[in-house]
Design a protein. Structure first.
Length: 151
């Protein structure tokens, strides 16, 4: 599966007073009507607990300048608190979750259901709102175990 190139996004949720975020290579558009997306998260992660049914969260689809953010949020052992202290972002209008300034596009969602799948949870969310930043170009991809910027 390391040979399967995939787009890189950041999933973020506001959990009480704290922001939780993760780099995701498993964000998928499930349906256009109604707009629905899914992502996969390690079952024992803190963010997995925060995206239970009814929770609201945001996906930032990263442009090419988002490589440092993606790399930081994929780093094992990073602090749980203040994960986004060094990452420019703003609050999503509907979810209150962080939308990264390096996002080329974003969706804000509400969790409809979560199902266990081996070591991960599959989280399916209904899209509540979307946005696009035309100034952000390119993308970040994950391929052969590495994150790479595409122009």
């Amino acid at each position: 599966m390391a040979r399967l190139a995939s787009g890189v996004s950041v999933v973020a949720v506001r959990d009480g007073r704290h922001d939780l975020a993760m780099t995701a290579t498993s964000v998928v558009s499930v349906s256009l009507d109604p707009p629905t997306v899914l992502f996969c998260v390690h079952s024992d992660s803190r963010i997995a607990e925060a995206v239970a049914e009814g929770s609201r969260w945001a996906v930032s689809v990263l442009g090419e300048r988002g490589l440092p953010e993606a790399d930081w949020l994929a780093t094992p052992g990073r602090p749980t608190l203040d994960q986004l202290a060094r990452i420019p972002h703003q609050r999503g209008e509907v979810s209150g979750a962080a939308v990264l300034d390096a996002a080329a596009a974003w969706v804000e969602c509400e969790t409809e259901w979560v199902r266990a799948a081996a070591s991960h949870d599959v989280v399916v969310g209904r899209v509540l709102t979307t946005g696009v930043e035309p100034e952000q170009t390119g993308a970040i991809v994950h391929h052969l175990g590495r994150l790479r910027a595409l122009s």
